[in-house]
Write a new protein. Structure first.
Length: 137
């Protein structure tokens, strides 16, 4: 009779056991796939931000070279904004993905870039695409 009872318990408890095993297997696989997807998303987003900042930096360095070679007193405000932009870019935390003010700093850099473009009377067109990124005028 004890053997019949054990077999009966095994059948009755099978649903609960399979539910628990399925949950554990699903949780483990979901966690693994979530990490992979999170890394892929982070890499893509980080590359876009890095590309954008790199274009701003190249733009700023090129204009610094142009303005230094023929600097007039009239260009002093342009130079101040340009140096402020370069300083902001150099202080940007590239290697700290947990930096809590990353988006705020990025928005400040974008604003300073727009201010500089306005002072220089340049209409930039920054684009990020599958082929790469670019800044055109």
């Amino acid at each position: 009779m004890a053997g019949d009872q054990d077999m009966f318990d095994a059948v009755v408890m099978a649903d609960e056991r399979f539910h628990g095993e399925g949950y554990r297997e699903g949780y483990e696989e979901g966690s693994s796939l979530g990490m992979i997807e999170g890394r892929r998303h982070g890499t893509l987003h980080g590359a876009k931000v890095g590309s954008e900042i790199g274009c701003y930096q190249g733009f700023a360095f090129a204009w610094r070279g142009l303005l230094h070679s023929c600097a007039t007193e009239r260009d002093s405000k342009k130079m101040k904004v340009l140096e402020a932009l370069i300083g902001m870019i150099q202080k940007f935390p590239y290697d700290d993905p947990t930096y809590d003010k990353l988006h705020e700093d990025l928005d400040r850099i974008r604003g300073k870039f727009k201010q500089l473009c306005s002072l220089l009377n340049v209409q930039p067109d920054f684009k990020i695409s599958a082929e790469g990124s670019g800044l055109s005028f």
